[in-house]
Design a protein around this ligand. Structure first.
Ligand SMILES: [Zn+2]
Length: 371
């Protein structure tokens, strides 16, 4: 099993991950922190013995596997001679799948249907209590809260998908820039500088409205600098192979900054220059569509398609769905219908059977071109 084998599917079940870790002789290094609703172990691993403590967790939302793959890459990197300074300066405690049941089922929520990132105060779920316990025992200097985001998110008002987004969560309703929050902002600034060299204009910043039920907001309110990562979309990269590399690189850059004591030299102001995440993008825009028989165009002669991610066995299918309310939305991948013989003669009407034909056609197109 190669590292790239993890790219075969967006579904990363605990079984697949554990098989991978066994092959790399990493599985025996895992500790069991607790168990999930369905009694799956919640694993962690620890690398390094330095004084700066960094807690990282991924797949708190089970259908967000890209950052878990990057976290495994980071673990493998930490074992190399190149990472000696990191191991000596820092202690990394990492939880690759905080929500193993959701990771198996490809759901955002846990097996009780609860969003673990809205459970920071209630602690109603075993997975939430595992994270809180490890936070209180480990007493991290920094937290990395690793997530993935859908294709709908753009970096600002552009049509560029936000390949990576960040947030330094607020610590209170006034969004005060506390010392902890400022440190998280500085880490994001240095990561953004590095990312811009590779994915110019494709980094977004999340809204910082305060919600104490979100784990990042809660930890920031406890004065622990916490960085929210969102692994997003890169054009045509539905397996998120490229995004995985950008997340890995961001982890290395941030960890190096902490390890080398250079964080205080980074300015905070550029954090606010990162464009805000906007959610107006949809996967495909078909344009130059044939008009309906009465000569009127429907959907303004163009149509937006959004893929729905559906688990199918050990893989994820991307099922195209027509976006019926498209006002204010924009297509990421624009296709001229007149350049595809399967599309050029179709016309569209909300009551017309050809919509079904279109969905099938897009399915065929998407299999070859997009997924
Ligand atoms: Zn998430």
């Amino acid at each position: 099993m190669k590292k790239s084998d993890l790219d075969q599917s967006r579904l990363l079940s605990p079984a697949t991950l554990n098989n991978f870790l066994k092959e790399y002789a990493l599985f025996d290094s895992l500790n069991i922190l607790g168990t999930s609703v369905e009694n799956r172990p919640i694993y962690s691993y620890s690398v390094g013995d330095g004084s700066k403590k960094i807690l990282m967790w991924s797949q708190m939302h089970g259908n967000e596997s890209t950052t878990t793959k990057a976290l495994v890459d980071f673990w493998l990197y930490l074992k190399t001679p190149e990472a000696k300074q990191l191991r000596e300066s820092c202690t990394f405690l990492m939880i690759p799948q905080l929500n193993p049941d959701g990771s198996d089922a490809y759901t955002r929520v846990n097996a009780n249907g609860v969003d673990l990132n809205r459970d920071a105060i209630d602690l109603s779920q075993p997975e939430s209590r595992v994270l809180r316990d490890v936070y209180e025992q480990f007493k991290p200097d920094y937290c990395f809260n690793l997530h993935g985001q859908r294709t709908i998110f753009a970096a600002g008002d552009t049509s560029i998908p936000a390949t990576v987004s960040f947030l330094a969560p607020a610590a209170d309703h006034d969004r005060t820039i506390t010392t902890a929050r400022e440190l998280a902002m500085k880490l994001i600034v240095i990561a953004n500088i590095n990312l811009q060299a590779h994915i110019t204009g494709a980094v977004g910043r999340y809204d910082d409205g305060f919600n104490i039920n979100c784990v990042g907001d809660y930890f920031t309110a406890q004065n622990t600098p916490t960085v929210l990562f969102e692994a997003g979309h890169y054009p045509l990269d539905y397996k998120r192979v490229k995004t995985r590399k950008h997340i890995f690189n961001s982890l290395v850059v941030m960890a190096d900054t902490i390890a080398s004591n250079t964080i205080e030299t980074i300015e905070t102001a550029p954090y606010f220059e990162i464009p805000e995440n906007k959610n107006h993008l949809r996967d495909i825009e078909l344009y130059n569509l044939k008009k309906s028989p009465d000569g009127l165009s429907v959907f303004d002669n163009c149509m937006l398609i959004q893929f729905k991610e559906v688990k199918n066995g050990n893989d994820i299918d991307f099922i195209p769905e027509i976006v019926t309310e498209s006002k204010g939305l924009a297509g990421m991948q624009r296709i001229n219908a007149q350049e595809h013989k399967n599309l050029m003669n179709l016309y569209f009407d909300a009551d017309n059977y050809e919509i079904e034909n279109l969905t099938k056609t897009i399915s065929l197109l998407s299999l070859h071109q997009f997924v």
